[in-house]
Design a binder for this molecule. Structure first.
Ligand SMILES: *Cc1c(COP(=O)(O)O)cnc(C)c1O
Length: 396
């Protein structure tokens, strides 16, 4: 008997069977034209997903965290100032990484549950008359709190301040699931990972790099070897890598992008919004609320659910895993115990989401939480029934 349930952690996400098969391939010579044939469509696909009209795509055998390191080490020098808001565990970890790299981080402390503070960013940039700030770091989707930030708004704040800093965006839990526009938002480095919206196993850091960030490499003095864009781009020119690429994942990436584009990226984003809205209806029916402070901040890829007074979100996550074999996300850092997280990104359908809500409810009942069995599921069912996309109806 198979006891495999879908996972509801906000990454790694569920892997479509066809993506698993695309990753499963015999060994090929990664210095042969056979690899170039796999690699080129993957790079071109990433370019389309990010909406890049210039610059370079870099794909590194790594994870999102490696993507952070690649972004800063290729473009900055020790002692450079970067500006970042801290409002959750992921924005915190990137700040911590910058500090460990001897960067001077100007941190805008922001309450968890809020997003990047546009006015605060503009103010800090305006105050920086001598342009010491070399980069603004933005976490597009703070996976710890389920909060999305307005990256277009950050670009507007930077432009309003007339500041030349680069804009680095952590899109690890948003790219390929929520709208992202590298070109329109004037992003200089965008960072994604294979195991979230791209629905692949973990193992790739996927980056978009602007011409301005490429030019910054010339003077950037932070040490880098494994992550050196220059080595990468030189090797790409020959259709290969400076070291052994994750060949199977690259093949899987090209296929995953094919799936996303066959559905249509706008439809993918609309589906994520719809899946997320169903989850939010369920949460409301349970008498709970998302940790995100206001609806404009609600993430369409993950919801941190505030649990009732006297309840512990981690208990639910542990019970769901041990009793029902289903994975939810625990609260991290200062929201540990206060929330549990429902990841709703990647390969998801109404039926899959409902199965997650159903198990969450059983756990709540088991733990004696004040929730009526079926209430959240019914609210999501009603929402999904009433909002079937026209495309699905037409296919009937
Ligand atoms: C998952 C995640 C990361 C870290 O990625 P890893 O692949 O685990 O290194 C970074 N930022 C955000 C927003 C994430 O969700």
């Amino acid at each position: 008997m198979s006891s495999q349930n879908p996972a509801f952690i906000p990454g790694p996400t569920n892997i479509p069977d066809s993506v698993r098969k695309a990753c499963d391939m015999p060994t090929i010579d990664h210095r042969s034209p056979a690899f170039a044939k796999l690699f080129k469509p993957a790079v071109a696909g990433v370019r389309r997903v990010l909406k890049m009209d210039q610059g370079e795509v870099i794909i590194i055998p790594s994870t999102g965290t490696g993507g952070w390191e690649a972004a800063i080490s290729n473009t900055l020098s020790p002692g450079d100032t970067v500006l970042a808001a801290r409002f959750g565990m992921f924005s915190h970890r990137w700040i911590d990484m910058c500090q460990r790299h001897r960067l001077d981080v100007e941190v805008i402390e922001t309450p968890w549950g809020e997003g990047a503070p546009l006015a605060g960013i503009e103010k800090a940039l305006r105050a920086d008359k001598s342009h010491l700030i070399k980069a603004v770091l933005a976490t597009h989707n703070e996976t710890a709190t389920g909060v999305k930030s307005d990256i277009a708004g950050i670009r507007r704040a930077m432009d309003a301040a007339g500041h030349p800093a680069m804009l680095f965006v952590d899109g690890v839990s948003s790219i390929a699931s929520m709208p992202f526009d590298f070109t329109a938002w004037g992003v200089d480095v965008a960072i994604a990972g294979s195991q979230k919206g791209f629905m692949l196993p973990v193992g790739l850091a996927i980056l978009g790099v602007s011409p301005k960030a490429i030019a910054a490499m010339e003077t950037a003095r932070l040490p880098r070897t494994f992550f050196d864009f220059k080595d990468m781009l030189a090797a790409y020119g020959r259709g290969g890598y400076p070291y052994t690429p994750a060949v199977g994942l690259v093949a899987g990436l090209a296929h995953a992008i094919d799936l996303l584009e066959t559905e249509g990226l706008d439809n993918v984003y609309a589906r994520h919004h719809r899946m997320a809205e169903g989850v939010r209806r369920a949460i409301a029916a349970w008498g709970m609320t998302p940790y995100a402070k206001s609806p404009d901040l609600y993430s369409d890829t993950v919801t941190a659910v505030k649990v009732p007074e006297g309840c512990n979100g981690t208990d639910l996550v542990q019970l769901a895993a041990s009793k029902y074999g289903m994975a939810f996300g625990v609260g991290l850092g200062e929201v540990a115990g206060k929330v549990f997280r429902i990841g709703h990104l990647g390969m998801l359908t109404e039926a899959l989401v409902l199965s997650g809500l159903c198990v969450a409810e059983m756990c709540m009942a088991d733990l004696g939480w004040p929730v009526k069995l079926g209430s959240g599921v019914a609210a999501a069912q009603e929402y999904y029934r009433g909002t079937v996309p026209a495309m699905a109806l037409a296919a009937e």
